[in-house]
Structures are given as structure tokens and as C-alpha cells.
Write a protein that binds this ligand. Structure first.
Ligand SMILES: O=C(O)CCC(=O)C(=O)O
Ligand SMILES: [Fe+2]
Length: 344
């Protein structure tokens, strides 16, 4: 099994390796990716959040794609670019420095770490990650003993702006399903993690995987990607589609918990990240979730004689625990038996 410990004992510095090691060599990537870019016409819509028809646009994108792109979202380009620069700076530190803030116990969630999904795949991914949960100060002091404050201030500002946007997006999604504020009493209490990702330049990108396919366990994830292609979403009947980056545009993934809340109407999107040999790719994911111990279940308004309740109630904490063992099977495990497989 791939563990944090086995990785650390190898001290692999992806930024300096000139040849793809066996431990990071994936097979069959080429095959499932051959027509990734041949479906340009099927491009994901970019929604202007000031559009008077925003609810209908959001509903259509969520139902059809499980993901949307948004502009005029209120987060300044300056803040997004500052976060990108800070992320680049963090990952350009020497590996010994980064390992000082790697996970120290299995209960740890913040720090420099392997993707949580690593144990489900036979090979390592071509990606470095740093997870921020709560204040980053303890780690920032170890990374930049003399100059940790600018990073902490920036993370705080980013977290505040993203929380506002996440709540707004959550309400747009819920309102587009006819849900009103009275139907939910925990909405402003949700929490979040910020996931910084770096995909270094790769000597053999066709045989490497940046971040393997997964759905997010969140309600929704707001993803900033720098101007380097790599993010792909899976579309039933079509295959993998590249989500081209656009300046200032944010990608919003539907997560598994929104899938549950919406009684399957808004599917959580399967996605992955590929790498390339020319440019480092940076992404920053704001992973927005409900309060840890609130029971999440399909909203009663979305359940009736024709739309049977598809999932049993579950807290985010329990969901994460199940997902760490069962990964992509988790949603089907909490499905109420006898419910139809597809809702329309
Ligand atoms: O880097 C990306 O584009 C995807 C990142 C992602 O899916 C994640 O952090 O969950
Ligand atoms: Fe993701």
C-alpha cells in the first residue's frame, strides 16, 4: 500500500527528477486519453454570476455536468494571483524544508502530504500537495521562520473571500432546485479546507498521473487553476474532457454531499489532473463542507412518490471515514436499497 511513510523514506523531489521513476509510472493512461481533446465543441459553460438567468444556468450546468465555471464571482484577480504566487513559492522550497511540515501522525490533516486517495492506486502521483485546515501559522513558521506572516494573512483573506463565494454558490445551487432558506438551518456553519497543489514539469507526462480520478467529498469545491491545462472531467458517453483555464474564471465542482442533498439530481463530478513537460501547473482548491456532525440527507422537498429518497442520512465525519475505506463505492454504500439507480 502507498503510505506517507513509504514516500518520505524515498525523499523523492519531483522538481529535480530527470527520468520518470517506476514508482510513478502509470500504464494505460495513453489509451483512455486519446480523444481527450477532440471534443472541443462540448465545452463546459462559463456562467456570469450577474446574469439575470443565473439560477437556470446553474441548474442546467449542475444537472448536465456536475461542474460549472464562474466569472464575475467577486473574488479579485489580484487575490487569486497572489495565492498562486504564494503556492509556487511554497513548493519551490527545498524538499527538506517541506518535509518539516509533512504529516506527523495519521490523525493529522494539515501539511505537506500525499493525496488522500493515494492508497487506492498502485502508483504514486506526479503532484505535491499542502493542505490547510484552520490556521496555517504552525506550519508557516517552520517554512519561513523569519517571514511567515504574509502567507498567513493571505490564507486568511483567501479563506474569507472563498467562504462568502462558497455560501453564495451553495444557495444558488439549492435555490435552483426550489430550496429556500427555511429548508436548511446549518448553511452558514459549514467549514472548509484549502488544498494547494503543484504539478511539477514532468519528464514523461504520457505515463504519469498528476491527480488520479476521484470525486470530491465536499458540498462543493471552488478550484482556481493557473493558466496551464491539466484538469479533466469525465462525461458519461464522451470520456475525459479538458477544462481549459481562463483568466479569473473559477471551476466549481459538485461534491458528494451535494449529490446526497440534491437526491442525486446534481451528480458529483469525476475529475483528475494530468501533467505536462513544459510548465508547472498550480491549483488551489477550496473544499467547502457542511458542519461536521449535522446529518445530511436528501432534502425532503426533493423526495416524493416519483422521486424516492436515494440515500440514508449521514454526517460529513462519517462520510469521510467511509470514503477513506471504500473510495468511489461510498455513495453506493449509503444508497437506500431498492432505490432506482438513475434519477431524472
Ligand atoms: O488540480 C486540479 O485541477 C484538481 C485538484 C483537485 O481535484 C483536488 O484538489 O481535489
Ligand atoms: Fe478534486
Amino acid at each position: 500500500m502507498l503510505t506517507e511513510e513509504s514516500y518520505q523514506t524515498q525523499y523523492l523531489d519531483l522538481n529535480s527528477i530527470k527520468e520518470l521513476p517506476e514508482s510513478h509510472t502509470w500504464t494505460s493512461l495513453q489509451d483512455d486519453c486519446t480523444d481527450c481533446l477532440s471534443n472541443e465543441s462540448e465545452s463546459l459553460p462559463i456562467i456570469d454570476l450577474n446574469d439575470p438567468d443565473v439560477l437556470a444556468l446553474v441548474r442546467h450546468a449542475c444537472e448536465t455536468w456536475g461542474v460549472l465555471q464562474v466569472k464575475n464571482h467577486g473574488v479579485s484577480l489580484r487575490l487569486l494571483e497572489d495565492m498562486e504566487a504564494a503556492t509556487t513559492k511554497l513548493f519551490s522550497l527545498p524538499i527538506e524544508q517541506k518535509l518539516k511540515v509533512s504529516l506527523s501522525s495519521s490523525n493529522d490533516i494539515s501539511g505537506y502530504r500525499l493525496p488522500k486517495i493515494s492508497p487506492f492506486f498502485p502508483k504514486f502521483m506526479w503532484r505535491e500537495g499542502f493542505t490547510i485546515f484552520g490556521s496555517p501559522v504552525e506550519h508557516a513558521v517552520k517554512l519561513w521562520p523569519q517571514d511567515y506572516k504574509p502567507f498567513c494573512d493571505l490564507v486568511e483573506e483567501y479563506g474569507k473571500e472563498m467562504k462568502n463565494l462558497a455560501e453564495r454558490l451553495m444557495w444558488l445551487m439549492l435555490k435552483s432546485l426550489g430550496i429556500t432558506e427555511e429548508d436548511i438551518n446549518w448553511s452558514s456553519l459549514g467549514g472548509a479546507a484549502i488544498q494547494l497543489n503543484s504539478y511539477p514539469v514532468c519528464p514523461d507526462p504520457d505515463r504519469a498521473m498528476g491527480l488520479a480520478e476521484h470525486t470530491d467529498s465536499s458540498l462543493l469545491t471552488i478550484l482556481y487553476q493557473n493558466n496551464t491545462t491539466g484538469l479533466q472531467i469525465f462525461r458519461e458517453g464522451t470520456g475525459w474532457l479538458t477544462v481549459q483555464p481562463h483568466t479569473g474564471v473559477l471551476v466549481v465542482n459538485i461534491g458528494d454531499l451535494m449529490h446526497i442533498l440534491s437526491n442525486g439530481l446534481y451528480p458529483s463530478v469525476l475529475h483528475r489532473a494530468l501533467v505536462n513537460r513544459k510548465q508547472q501547473r498550480i491549483s488551489v482548491a477550496y473544499i467547502y463542507r457542511p458542519p461536521a456532525n449535522v446529518l445530511i440527507s436528501p432534502l425532503p422537498k426533493l423526495v416524493d412518490h416519483y422521486h424516492l429518497c436515494l440515500f440514508r442520512p449521514i454526517t460529513w465525519t462519517e462520510y469521510l471515514e467511509l470514503k477513506s475505506k471504500h473510495f468511489t463505492n461510498t455513495l453506493s454504500l449509503i444508497r437506500i436499497s431498492g432505490s432506482p439507480n438513475v434519477v431524472s
